[in-house]
Design a protein around this ligand. Structure first.
Ligand code: OSB
Ligand code: MG
Length: 369
């Protein structure tokens, strides 16, 4: 058993609506999908690196380089096929976690397809549905924000996360709270605040939010711990959580009470499950973040979020919230208020549509021995 061939494709898909965070506004997403072939079966993965190094230091081009020159050769030359063996071998290389996860995910899909089982079952997860949530970007005005959140609620979402930054925070929360008093609300700053903003952040305690995500910079665990001591609202870390050891440091320091798990940011499913299991044992709930993935990455996220310690609604929305023409069939949809079904077929359980992928492709490359 060995991987005979690996394909990478760089795709670009337009969003149905622009997505603005504290980093800026984006109208489309450029990302890499990977595909591994073995014995007539293939597995699909998606790499969450973005075009610009804003959320993380990786980009689509650094990930392509690491995949092509370091990670794919590991598979082809060392004849690795099992995702856990691959994760161990890839561990000799530092960083570049999104690149690693992009390939590891394809190996997981392949393994589950060969076993004829859904990925979630391979992970030991038993949930049939996961809690959906929608991540709502910064809008041009507060009335636009209130209207957009109202539209998401009408579509069946129950939990809404809004992006915040200094100047788009207290008033935005106030507007949403008065329009939707019972809304499950949370906020994500993507590291846009400084310690001098602590008094302003404390004002957010008034809005009964589920959590506030990543107010400070990724490496600033210490100031998150200080802020958490001064706030009632739980802090959740996203960008700061890179591995099991950063998770342990954050929890032992008191930097957060909730952990956002993104498989790309932590370098793969092997590390994501270690973080999940550690948090479960420590009594700390987790939830599954998203990176506006296509249906391939999102299906992977659904299987991960089926694990038992995913205790909050996730950043998992229907295909149509992101893309007019998602690249999978069938599209991911809500199956009831605030719920998405975990696909039941083998592997990721959704079918990538090659004609749509070809249409979105900027570049493709095939690798074999
Ligand atoms: O911080 O969670 C984030 C998208 C890109 C980069 C960072 C983040 C996000 C999201 C999108 O919030 C969530 C989703 O995929 O639904
Ligand atoms: Mg976030």
């Amino acid at each position: 058993m060995a991987i005979e061939r690996v394909e990478l494709q760089l795709l670009k898909l337009p969003y149905v609506h622009f997505f603005e965070t504290s980093f800026g506004r984006a109208y489309d997403r450029t990302f890499i999908i990977s595909r591994v072939f073995s014995e007539g079966v293939s597995g699909w993965g998606e790499c969450t690196a973005e075009e610009q190094p804003l959320y993380s230091g990786e980009t689509t081009e650094t990930a392509w380089h690491i995949l092509k020159d370091f990670l794919i050769p590991l598979l082809l030359e060392k004849k690795l096929e099992d995702p856990e063996d691959f994760a161990a071998a890839a561990g000799v290389y530092r960083g570049n976690r999104m690149a690693k996860a992009g390939l590891e995910l394809a190996l997981w899909d392949l393994k589950a397809k060969k076993a004829g089982r859904p990925l979630s079952r391979l992970y030991g997860a038993s949930r049939e549905t996961v809690e959906a949530g929608v991540s709502c970007g910064i809008e041009d005005s507060l009335p636009d924000l209130v209207a957009r959140v109202g539209a998401y609620l009408a579509e069946g979402y129950r939990r809404v996360k809004i992006k915040i930054k200094p100047g788009w925070d207290v008033a935005a929360c106030k507007a949403l709270r008065s329009a939707y008093p019972d809304l499950m609300l949370q906020a994500d700053a993507n590291g846009a605040y400084a310690v001098s903003d602590i008094p302003r952040l404390r004002e957010l305690d008034a809005f009964q939010m589920l959590m506030i995500e990543q107010p400070f910079a990724p490496y600033d665990l210490w100031d998150h711990a200080k802020l958490q001591r001064e706030m009632e609202t739980p802090l959740c870390l996203d960008e700061s959580i890179l591995s099991l050891d950063t998770t342990r440091a954050a929890l032992e320091m008191g930097s957060c009470r909730i952990v956002n798990i993104k498989v790309g940011r932590v370098g793969g499913i092997v590390e994501a499950r270690k973080i999940h299991d550690h948090c479960l044992a420590a009594g700390v709930p987790v939830w599954c973040g998203g990176m506006l993935e296509s249906g391939i990455g999102r299906a992977h996220n659904l299987h991960l979020a089926a694990l038992p310690n995913f205790k909050f609604p996730n950043d998992l929305s229907a295909s149509r919230r992101y893309y007019k023409e998602d690249i999978i069939d069938p599209f991911i949809e809500l199956c009831g208020p605030g719920l998405i079904r975990v696909p039941e077929g083998p592997g990721i359980g959704v079918n990538p549509v090659e004609s749509r992928i070809r249409k979105a492709a900027l570049r493709s490359e095939t690798f074999k021995l």
